[in-house]
Design a protein around this ligand. Structure first.
Ligand SMILES: NC(=O)c1ccc[n+]([C@@H]2O[C@H](COP(=O)([O-])OP(=O)(O)OC[C@H]3O[C@@H](n4cnc5c(N)ncnc54)[C@H](O)[C@@H]3O)[C@@H](O)[C@H]2O)c1
Ligand SMILES: [Fe+2]
Length: 390
């Protein structure tokens, strides 16, 4: 039982057309020259251009940089901070999914704290205040728009570093479901399942509180009801709005309750194989749920209910099994693979994935104690290649 808990969140502006608030929000943060961070996909869909129009209207100057990749790398952060400082900017605007938002956070850290991004891996390593940070999420997945996390690949070690600090919560998150209409079906499915994984892992987390639970459960309900229609139609704004809210609430939940083994493992696979983070979690989540079920069967039963399963008359154990079944069915309906399709991972690579996952900050709040051997088995289950596990 946790006696003391805290809950952090940024100012949140949510709704159809919210992108129009970018200029006014930047002014309120005291910005005069913004460093706008994005990626080529978001640029091509002209969301950056639309945000910049609002900066111009507000009389603000800006510098745009959009060379971020998915699973963003440490060298991109070095390049970003150099450009931020050279351009003489005093605030940052991220327009994009979790990758541009995480790079924006990492650039903000180095801009005022110096050093290299590896110095800040882990919990609470940031000591000086960061430049104002305004974010416009475009994926309805990562939740990074409200979280105290930044996830950056250390390319030398080939691991995803988890950086956690209250300083990383953006100042203002502007969430406009309209921008989700340019995502294709696969990206919509993968990012939506990442949000589901955030909600489920934070709901069963050892650090869950009543405030995180209410957000996590509502996010699960919204994903169960609206992810399928959102994948089915780019123009269904009711479904897009619901998924934007789901990602936001899941983000609020996991920012404060942290995550679990699925994310600790996904971070390793993302970094080693450059897979999309949402797809990796979509595959890992049911295996991790099976492993975790004995730790908190009642909570799993509540997940089943939130997923829309009829659990009347079932024992907690039977209901909990329905939760896993519902997650598997959702992923299957969205054409997600149920195994990670790599053919050439050596035994030593698998062991190293398990070793590194055990060091990830997300493992600490997993509801069931986890050993390196447990993680090895879970990785082996989720990989396409049959691996002999004793
Ligand atoms: N900091 C956190 O709290 C947190 C939480 C979860 C995940 N993450 C990280 O976020 C990253 C994944 O982020 P993501 O899933 O949001 O995807 P992403 O930012 O990596 O983007 C994936 C692709 O989607 C495209 N895209 C983005 N928005 C689009 C739109 N509206 N229309 C068309 N294309 C669009 C991008 O151009 C890119 O090619 C991973 O690195 C993951 O580790 C961070
Ligand atoms: Fe995630």
């Amino acid at each position: 039982m946790r006696m003391i808990s805290k809950f952090v969140a940024p100012e949140i502006i949510f709704g159809l057309g919210a992108l129009s608030q970018v200029g006014e929000s930047a002014l309120r943060l005291g910005a005069t020259r913004l460093f706008v961070i994005s990626d080529p996909g978001v640029m091509a869909n002209r969301w950056v251009e639309k945000a910049i129009d609002r900066l111009k209207e507000a009389g603000l100057s800006y510098e745009v940089w959009f060379e971020v990749t998915s699973n963003p790398k440490d060298y991109e952060v070095i390049e970003g901070v150099k450009r931020y400082l050279d351009a003489g900017c005093d605030a940052i605007l991220a327009v994009g999914g979790g990758s541009p938002i995480d790079v924006a956070k990492a650039v903000a850290i180095l801009a005022t704290n110096g050093g290299v991004i590896q110095d800040y891996e882990g919990v609470n390593k940031i000591t000086r205040p960061l430049p104002p940070l305004l974010v416009v999420p475009t994926t309805a997945g990562s939740g990074s728009e409200v979280t105290q996390f930044a996830i950056i690949v250390d390319t030398r070690r080939r691991v995803k570093m988890t950086i956690i600090s209250k300083s990383l919560v953006p100042d203002i998150a502007i969430i406009d479901p309209v921008v989700l209409q340019t995502k294709d079906a696969r990206l919509t499915a993968a990012t939506g399942l990442d949000a589901l994984c955030h909600a489920i892992e934070s709901f069963v987390s050892l650090a869950a509180t009543p405030l995180t639970d209410v957000n996590a459960l509502n996010a699960i309900c919204l994903v169960a009801r609206y992810l399928r229609p959102s994948v089915a139609s780019r123009s269904n704004l009711e479904a897009k709005s619901a998924m934007a809210m789901a990602a936001l609430q899941a983000g609020l939940a996991f920012s404060n309750a942290i995550l679990g083994a699925s994310h600790a493992m996904a971070h390793q696979l993302d970094a080693q194989l450059d897979l999309h983070h949402g797809e990796t979690n979509a595959i890992l989540l049911p295996y991790v749920m099976e492993f975790n079920m004995i730790a908190c069967v009642e909570k799993f039963a509540r997940i089943a209910e939130a997923m829309g399963e009829n659990v009347a008359g079932l024992s907690a154990w039977e209901a909990a099994e329905r939760a896993i079944r519902a997650v598997r069915r959702l992923a299957r309906d969205l054409d997600m693979p149920d195994k990670i399709g790599v053919g050439n991972l050596s035994e030593e690579q698998l062991k190293s994935l398990a070793r590194n996952a055990l060091k990830d900050a997300c493992i600490i709040t997993n509801p069931r104690d986890v050993t390196e051997k447990d993680l090895y088995k879970l990785f082996a289950q989720a990989l396409k290649r049959g691996i002999q596990v004793d």
